[in-house]
Design a protein around this ligand. Sequence first.
Ligand code: AMP
Ligand code: ZN
Length: 462
Amino acid sequence: MTIQLYNTATRRKEVFEPLDPDNVRMYVCGPTVYDRAHLGNARPVLVFDVLFRLLRHVCGEDAVTYVRNFTDVDDKINATALARKEAGADGTLEELVAERSDETIGWYHADMDALGALRPSQEPRATQYIVQMVAMIEDLIGKGFAYAKDGHVLFRVREYDKYGALSGRSVDDMIAGARVEIAPYKEDPMDFVLWKPSDDDLPGWDSPWGRGRPGWHIECSAMAYDLLGDTFDIHGGGNDLQFPHHENEIAQSKCAGHGFARFWMHNEMLQVEGKKMSKSLGNFFTVRDLLDQGVPGEVIRFVMLSTHYRKPMDWTEKKRAEAEKILRKWYAQAIQAVGTGEPYFGVTNALSDDLNTAGAIAELHQLSLAEDFTALRHSLQFLGLMGDEAPEWAVPKGFDFMDYVDALKASRRAAMETKDFAIVDRLKSGLLAAGVEVRMTKDSVDLLPGPNFDPSKLEGLL
Ligand code: AMP
Ligand code: ZN
């Protein structure tokens, strides 16, 4: 199967051939772990989870290394830790910072697990790679691409002539448009921080430039190099990271002499009811908020995947309700699957075209219509929309359509003798009332749950 991916760096779809088919390598910028992930943060997680699944399917389960970092060097994490310390919490500031990061990472795992996202192969924390960052910064200084001033180390943006190529901007345009900070320790306002000093109220590490902490961009360059090597296949993240974060990652890594990423992939942003999600508009919510309101993780995942990753995605109440209905029907069909199987070719084929998840979902609709329950089940599982069993919110544990099929068959056999079809009719109308179409021929009984299937209405029928 040929995979085509849109490469932001070249602005076109390209055939994706891994550098090493036995070790396909992908790096995705992960969260800054200062608080619960909001719904927008879940989008790159789900997009790159589908890509991870596709690559594993095509190249082999063990042939893909997916690295997604945790940024645990951050002022908001420090602020929470400091507030706790001032409120009398036990432990050093460093310990309280680590505690806050641990707590947030625990939430992140629980929330993303609930969305059916596989854990990446590696989830490095920035604080565990300070040595590698310092080494990379020293190398950049040695090569003339960075300079130290007043405890800071800065990257000389104008020394890298391809700066801006990823997002298609010139340095001068960027200066005009961006909020570049002018500071006495900068040679040029465009230069960005590789290292900055920490005072006693902040976590810090010893370095050749004094006690301090790394800038955000160097984290990803150093971790990607350490874990994935000089050149790797795919680098991903949200569109908002293209500039400055990814431009800066590229500048640092290329100037350090690394090949860095071959394919750059960016998901578009998530909106809510047509508007940007923001605290000031009052439409900001976390993944946990939705889960707590009873919106199942599968429903969130389905809604996210129903829009292509390069288009803005609009979360709406209408889509949520629709997704829930469709999934209820599909699960009730999928649990009737027999035998083993593979994800349907149409599904993987759609994904191989630049991750056409909407196309993959259209294929699921076709499988449902064609009553190919086995292919439907394996495709749902492949897409992360179903585990070994259907989720309990849709199909109660232990529920089995075969019980109803058997009861219908037995009561029909009995009715042939007695000519009294009352029991058969009662079963049929009970199933109908629960949203299940009953198809009986001379030799077979088929039950077809519709979008209004509600297993709770079947209680007491048998
Ligand atoms: P952050 O923790 O802010 O660095 O974001 C973590 C990831 O979420 C990054 O890949 C961002 O690009 C992505 N992200 C943040 N906001 C949104 C949004 N509204 N829609 C889609 N992705 C987002
Ligand atoms: Zn990054």
